[in-house]
Write a protein that binds this ligand. Structure first.
Ligand code: ZN
Length: 343
């Protein structure tokens, strides 16, 4: 089939590639409609590897996807032909210990789209387990449905934070993940989110998404703003979504005593964390890796109109312009958040 293939020499092109997929009794075949371009796709395109995952054979890119059911395995009961769906891109071994412990995202055997050696979904169709395929509410577009994948990261972070209604949260970083984390924090009950970045257009957009106070850390001190807004107490939760070394070094400063820091952003190399600063506040520190079973709740929030991802979809490309879309994503203008490809 015709797919967007990244070669080991980092050449990217639409070409024919042999992908043999058998529809098992518990699988569905999905006609792909929309695929978002993720930072990881761009990273593979630019560098050919993320940590231990190396593109050493041709690989189809793309893992943030939505589409329509076009074939259903004989044992599948909750999906039918024509259903609009989005898919969780990581499939664990159902019999693994991690899966049985309820932490299937940490299964070492997980097969995740567009993570070598597993092909992604910038192609006409894919066979996928029905259990990891989710019906999309009528009011939710394919573009929004493809955004459930990054949203799931923010939802998982909000779950880990154990938000109480009325909490104040800080989100460091106003990229896609920072934005969806801010929205998840509000959906989880936060009264206010304070979002920090250095890129003013992203902060301006974030401020339109809800009770979100933007802080441009080139102009204002984040901790000063947080202390001012919380009568000197600090934020209940700090979501670190930048992966930036300096941001991580100061992550406990805006936190309240007994508060929680969730480390979401992935630094490119080991960085320093101020243990004593954490101890003085008895900070709870949480980390996340992807997400586990948050798609149904994400889709429920979107279907009820309580969580709107539309403003984050800033750029759209046709499949034939995929190469151009990736070159755009490599040099995203400050006003862009998420670029998507429509098949
Ligand atoms: Zn992604």
């Amino acid at each position: 089939m015709e797919a967007l293939v990244l070669e080991p020499d980092l050449k990217l092109a639409i070409r024919d590639i042999e992908l043999t997929e058998q529809l098992g009794p518990h699988d569905v075949r999905i006609k792909i409609h929309t695929v978002g371009i993720c930072g990881s796709d761009v990273h593979y395109y630019q560098h050919g590897a993320i940590g231990p995952f190396v593109v050493d054979a041709p690989m189809v890119l793309g893992h943030e996807a939505a589409g329509t059911i076009e074939e259903v395995g004989c044992e599948v009961t909750h999906l039918k032909l024509g259903d609009r769906v989005c898919m969780e891109p990581g499939i664990p071994d159902p019999n693994s210990r991690a899966t049985r412990e309820g932490i299937y995202n940490l299964d070492p055997a997980v097969r995740f789209w567009a993570t070598p050696p597993i092909h992604g979904v910038l192609r006409p169709s894919v066979v996928h387990p029905a259990a990891f395929t989710f019906k999309v509410p009528d009011s939710v577009s394919f573009g929004e449905a493809a955004m459930v994948e990054p949203l799931a990261v923010g939802m998982h972070a909000a779950n880990k934070a154990k938000i109480k209604p009325g909490s104040v949260a800080v989100v460091i970083g106003a990229g896609t993940i920072g934005m969806v984390t801010a929205l998840s924090a509000l959906a989880g009950g936060c009264a206010q989110v304070i979002i920090a970045d250095v890129v003013q257009p992203k902060l301006d957009l974030a401020a339109t998404l809800g009770p979100i106070r933007p802080v441009n850390v080139k102009q204002e001190n984040l901790s000063d703003v947080v202390m001012q807004l919380t009568d000197g107490w600090g934020a209940d939760i700090v979501f670190e979504c930048s992966g930036n070394e300096r941001a991580i070094a100061g992550v406990f400063e805006p936190l309240c005593p007994g508060g929680c820091v969730v480390l979401v952003g992935m630094p490119g190399a080991p960085v320093a964390l101020d243990i004593v600063a954490a101890q003085i506040k008895e900070a709870r520190i949480e980390t996340i890796f992807r997400y586990a079973h948050v798609y149904p709740r994400a889709l429920a929030l979107m279907g009820s109109g309580q969580l709107n991802l539309k403003p984050l979809i800033t750029d759209r490309f046709g499949f034939k312009d995929s190469q151009q879309a990736f070159d755009f994503a490599c040099n995203m203008p400050a006003t862009s958040v998420k670029a998507q490809i429509e098949m």
